[in-house]
Design a binder for this molecule. Structure first.
Ligand code: NAD
Length: 341
């Protein structure tokens, strides 16, 4: 099938080409993000393959449909960047990669917790400059700390299991209780109790209308003083201006982000020779107790192999049968209220 891949990086092409030795689709790679300005590139491609920061709004979807696109093969699990209702109305099929390596994201979450706590980045920089002083590098034992996990789906469940291994008290909030976790000692709590009791809070729920800015001035006020907040899920779960105020007041003791609500104009690009125009983001980088990574929690060899395999399998299935196992349907949307953005 003729497939247009957007937001292509060298690693995208490498892993897609590897997987395509088996599937033999006709793939054209485009570096730009898919937006209103670039949608013309998709003309004549029955299938397109976007990534997380490609913008499939009504205008883009109308243009795609008019130009003959029938399949949107997302190479991500999340679909908050797609107006699903419009795509389906316009007769397009949407497929995704529901799970490619939840371990990759869970392990990166732990990396953020430990790097923030033990100040690994600051310590490394100091040692390179011949500064071996320890002042300002004091950490705490994670053992016996209370960790609150918001969303115990595939990733949140793995984070819970790893932290149980650290000897943490793990509490969670999710409308679906994971019985295996409950049997292992994870306590399910209301969101209010989770915010009030946790020393570390980590977000693993999807971005929906209900979860947009779930971390805001009101919920921050209900947290413990000096709490650590981690977000490897989606940027807009957090009201960034509110967390900046909490960092300035000391209410928030540590912040670890792999995602940012305005990341689409920043992440995945080398902007090292440019002046960052996003003042809110720039402010975040100046706190000594904040770590930001550029949406790379998923970025392991295992995950990239699985993403490429499943994406091309979805395309092949659609080509053979007009459908596939990993569809984004209105049923899925009804179960998860309409995603934002
Ligand atoms: P999942 O669907 O397996 O789990 C999500 C869980 O969140 C479900 O159990 C659901 O019931 C729960 N949930 C929904 N709304 C909630 C709410 N209001 N409060 C508490 N829980 C709620 O998803 P997953 O595979 O574990 O992924 C979690 C998120 O991680 C995804 O939505 C995606 O945004 C993000 N993600 C990030 C990266 C990255 O590279 N940073 C990679 C993959 C996924």
């Amino acid at each position: 099938m003729k497939l247009a891949v957007f937001s292509t990086k060298q690693y995208t092409k490498y892993f897609m080409d590897e997987a395509n030795k088996h599937y033999k689709h006709s793939i054209t790679y485009f570096e730009p993000r898919l937006t209103e300005e670039t949608v013309g590139l998709a003309a004549g491609f029955e299938a397109i393959c976007p990534f997380v920061n490609d913008k499939l709004n009504g205008q883009v979807l109308d243009k795609l449909a008019d130009n003959g696109t029938r399949l949107i093969a997302l190479r991500s699990a999340g679909f908050n960047n797609v107006d699903v209702e419009r795509a389906i109305d316009r007769g397009m099929t949407i497929a995704r990669v529901p799970a490619y390596s939840p371990n990759s994201v869970a392990e990166h979450t732990i990396a953020l917790i430990m790097t923030l706590n033990r100040k690994v980045c600051r310590a490394f920089t100091r040692v390179r400059e011949g500064n071996f002083a320890l002042d300002g590098l004091l950490g705490f034992d994670v053992f016996t700390k209370t960790v609150g996990i918001v969303g115990t789906g595939k990733i949140g469940a793995l984070v819970a299991k790893i932290l149980l291994g650290f000897g943490c008290e793990v509490i969670a909030h999710d409308m679906n209780i994971n019985q295996e976790l409950a049997d292992m000692g994870v306590q399910y709590e209301s969101m209010d109790d989770l915010f009030a009791r946790s020393d570390i809070i980590t977000l693993h729920c999807p971005l929906t209308r209900n979860t947009y800015h779930m971390i805001n001035p009101d919920t921050l006020a209900r947290m413990k003083d000096g709490v650590m907040l981690i977000n490897t899920s989606r940027g807009a779960l957090i009201d960034t201006s509110a967390v900046i105020e909490s960092l300035k007041s000391g209410k928030l003791g540590y912040l670890g982000l792999d995602v940012y609500e305005e990341e689409e104009n920043l992440f995945f690009e080398d902007l090292s020779n440019q002046v960052i125009q996003d003042d809110v983001f720039a402010r975040l980088l100046w706190f000594p107790n904040v770590i930001v990574t550029g949406h790379l929690a998923f970025f392991t060899i295992n995950a990239l192999r699985n993403i490429s395999e499943t994406t091309l399998e979805n395309v092949s299935c659609y080509e053979r049968r007009g459908t596939c196992a990993n569809l984004v349907t209105m049923d899925l949307i009804r179960k998860q209220p309409m995603p934002v953005g």
